[in-house]
Design a protein around this ligand. Sequence first.
Ligand SMILES: [Zn+2]
Length: 202
Amino acid sequence: MVNLIPPPDAVMQILKRTGAFREGHFVYPSGKHTPHYFQMPLAFRYYDTARVLAVALSRKFRLEKEISSQLPKVAIISPSSGGIPVAFGVREALNAEQIYWAEQEGSRRTFRQYITPGEVNPCIIVDDIIRSGHAIEETVSLVKELGASIIGCGAIVRFTTAPEEIEGVPVKSLIDFEAKFYDTGDQCAECKEGTKEEHVRY
Ligand SMILES: [Zn+2]
């Protein structure tokens, strides 16, 4: 079982190589400045890379007895479109029975599929990246409304500012990243150095 889960620096190499992680000087639409930028779908456009990342995350789930004992009667849930490739990869690796994904519709998150309460297996919620944890928390509420339990939660990258556990379930990740943000340019180290800024969308 040694080395089946790549260490964080190996995962970071994959994200850098695919352009999913970049360092520099970035400004978000909110006006916040940051020296790093994650665009996770760039790592998932290569099937082999997507598979390595999803299989690695699935192994963290399989190590949990609460999860391995319930397979294959498990549902993999993505809070948004970004998590769909992760959800499909984890589903395949775990041979889980169901897969669902939610979407943002106006101001609220809803499931894309029509779901009958009571038909959803115990759930593992997965995403490509967990920044604040809000998307996961909203998805947890949706899942509970459907009467399903949450037995796992995780992402390829988790910002250390996001919760470490949700509903008593530990949040698994391949990388725990200490994100740096400045509310305005006045406080930004890259601005002080005079580095050219790039405007990005979230
Ligand atoms: Zn700046």
